[in-house]
Design a binder for this molecule. Structure first.
Ligand code: C2E
Ligand code: MG
Ligand code: MG
Ligand code: MG
Length: 282
């Protein structure tokens, strides 16, 4: 270990930094090959109507099956993909694969896809989305794009134009992780979006004994309703959280309480069981 400051401290940190850089370089190298090797996969998590419990659609969540590390979650590689620009080809793959999967589902189910700020800075975003819709044949209104406040605060002119074009096509826009960003209410009011996703950090605080958390949820729902937006609560894990959200007027919910993100084949099986039940009930 280092003795005091100066060159000693530098020597202490160097191997660690070196190791980190090495890990990063390897991750980047592997990521460059991952698309061609078919190592990416989408998992899907249901988004459920709070009233009645019907599934309105699914959010696509990216997974990477790394040959040595096993399953890598987006939190571990999306930031590096954004820094290196690899998010552009990866994001395009996600758009196409998610739309292709949704085309196999009953046509009343929506597909929500997360977009990075870098994708919005690319001039090709709108044409890539138009292409994904055309190839898959899904109706634009079934597609929902999830963007964070960071996306809309970046280079707002270009983003505003892209969002406008997409909405004209009938594609819907959801503001993801709402409440964690720094945008002002007046700024948000100007942005063309359809839905607010209440961040998991607020939902996890919801419990009958936590009155402040409940007031925050109430305020967010009221804000969304007053702007005419839909509301979805993220990260719902308990029946109690769901009951509070229902009382506060939240329209949709998503979280482990209903289901973890699952493989595409499970959705097809679910749809089949539902169809069979409907036929039996008739
Ligand atoms: P997000 O869009 O806010 O997605 C919700 C995250 O919360 C997912 O994590 C999901 O698995 C997790 N989650 C859902 N319900 C619960 C719950 O009840 N409890 C807890 N503790 N967690 C829950 P995941 O899949 O690790 O994704 C993390 C983030 O990575 C996403 O946050 C999104 O911002 C980003 N991401 C995922 N897929 C993509 C993608 O295809 N493209 C881009 N650009 N970003 C993606
Ligand atoms: Mg999301
Ligand atoms: Mg979110
Ligand atoms: Mg999140």
């Amino acid at each position: 270990a280092a003795k005091g400051g100066g060159r000693g401290a530098f020597r202490f940190f160097e191997p660690e930094l070196d190791h980190l850089m090495h890990v990063r370089r390897n991750l980047e190298k592997d990521m460059r090959k991952a698309l061609a090797r078919g190592e990416f996969e989408l998992h899907f998590q249901p988004i459920v109507r709070v009233e009645g419990g019907r599934t309105s659609g699914y959010e696509a969540l990216l997974r990477w099956h790394h040959p040595e590390r096993g399953m890598v979650l987006p939190g571990e590689f999306i930031p590096l993909a954004e820094e290196t620009g690899l998010i552009l080809p990866i994001g395009e793959w996600v758009l196409r694969a998610a739309c292709a999967e949704a085309a196999k589902w009953p046509s009343d189910l929506t597909i929500a896809i997360n977009l990075s700020p870098a994708q919005f800075r690319s001039k090709e975003l709108v044409s890539i989305i138009v292409g994904a819709l055309a190839t898959s044949g899904i109706e634009p209104h079934r597609l929902e794009l999830e963007v964070t406040e960071t996306v809309i605060m970046h280079d707002s002119e270009a983003v505003f134009a892209a969002l406008g074009q997409l909405r004209e096509l009938g594609v819907r826009i959801a503001l993801d992780d709402f409440g964690t960003g720094y945008s002002s209410l007046s700024f948000l009011q100007k942005f063309p979006f359809d839905k607010v996703k209440i961040d998991r950090s607020f939902v996890s605080e919801l419990a009958s004994k936590r009155e402040e958390a409940r007031r925050i949820a109430r305020a967010v729902v009221a804000f969304a309703v007053s702007l005419g937006k839909m509301t979805t609560a993220e990260g719902v894990e308990t029946a109690e959280q769901l009951a509070i959200l229902r009382e506060e007027g939240c329209v949709e919910a998503q979280g482990y309480y209903f289901s973890r993100p699952m493989q595409a084949s499970s959705i097809a099986q679910q749809a089949q069981r539902k169809a069979e039940a409907a036929v039996c009930a008739a």
